[in-house]
Design a protein around this ligand. Structure first.
Ligand code: GRF
Length: 219
């Protein structure tokens, strides 16, 4: 049984989807053992508690600096002896020391087709740039922000009448598809890194290359 700890900062819809996937057996032999937030008011904490998952808050503002905060966070996480730590809308930049501590067992989801649009406001920036394809990425975390070996991406089209909210909703639906998929592959020990690229053992390439959802949106 692989043990998973999830870190959130807010709404927690990706976390909720992972909890549901776990309940439905989609994560194979894995258990979500704890959820931590750096904000006490994170909506996702309530959802996790209702699902009977142990939750905790490590408030970044309570610490003198990033490293002290991360030390406290890491000891809270490590008390659960996780095989995998999943960032799901966790809005703190992590130092190299923290990332190295979880080397190879720290995943993140980002709402763009990385390496384009790292950082914040990805949907607004995609609209401003006029790109036709946008999407989301699950990747292993490395010390550089929103950068690291890519496990799976899903692309969505940008439609003429899109605004930020419509686009964000279309991307979020894809996030909820690909995060459980990537976590399951990790749990099943199918991910390997070959020259900086992730290979998924026993999976057709199409599975990690999820194409535009346009057709599904048509009536
Ligand atoms: C998601 O768009 C995720 O990709 C990004 O932050 C957002 C978190 O949403 N890192 P939620 O808290 O999972 O609903």
């Amino acid at each position: 049984m692989k043990r998973i700890v999830i870190l959130i900062s807010g709404r927690g819809s990706n976390m909720a989807r992972l909890l549901e996937a776990s309940r439905q057996g989609e994560l194979n032999d894995a258990a979500i053992v704890a959820v931590f937030s750096n904000r006490a008011d994170a909506e996702g904490l309530r959802i996790a508690a209702q699902a009977g998952i142990p939750t905790g808050v490590v408030e970044h503002r309570a610490y003198s600096g990033r490293e002290a905060f991360e030390q406290a966070l890491a000891s809270a996480i490590d008390a659960y002896a996780p095989d995998l730590v999943v960032l799901a809308g966790f809005m703190r930049i992590l130092t190299e020391g923290f990332v190295r501590h979880y080397d190879g067992r720290l995943l993140n989801i980002h709402p763009s087709l990385l390496p384009v649009f790292p950082g914040l406001d990805t949907h607004r920036r995609a609209l401003l740039e006029g790109v036709r394809l946008h999407g989301c990425t699950v990747h292993f975390v490395t010390p550089s922000l929103d950068h690291g070996p890519i496990i799976v991406q899903a692309a969505v089209p940008i439609l003429d009448d899109d605004d930020e909210a419509r686009l964000a909703a279309r991307v979020l639906a894809e996030e909820h598809r690909i995060y459980p998929l990537a976590v399951r592959w990790f749990v099943e020990g199918r991910l390997t890194l070959v020259e900086g690229r992730v290979r998924v053992a026993g999976e057709q390439i199409e599975a990690a290359l999820i194409a535009p959802a346009l057709l599904r949106e048509k009536p």
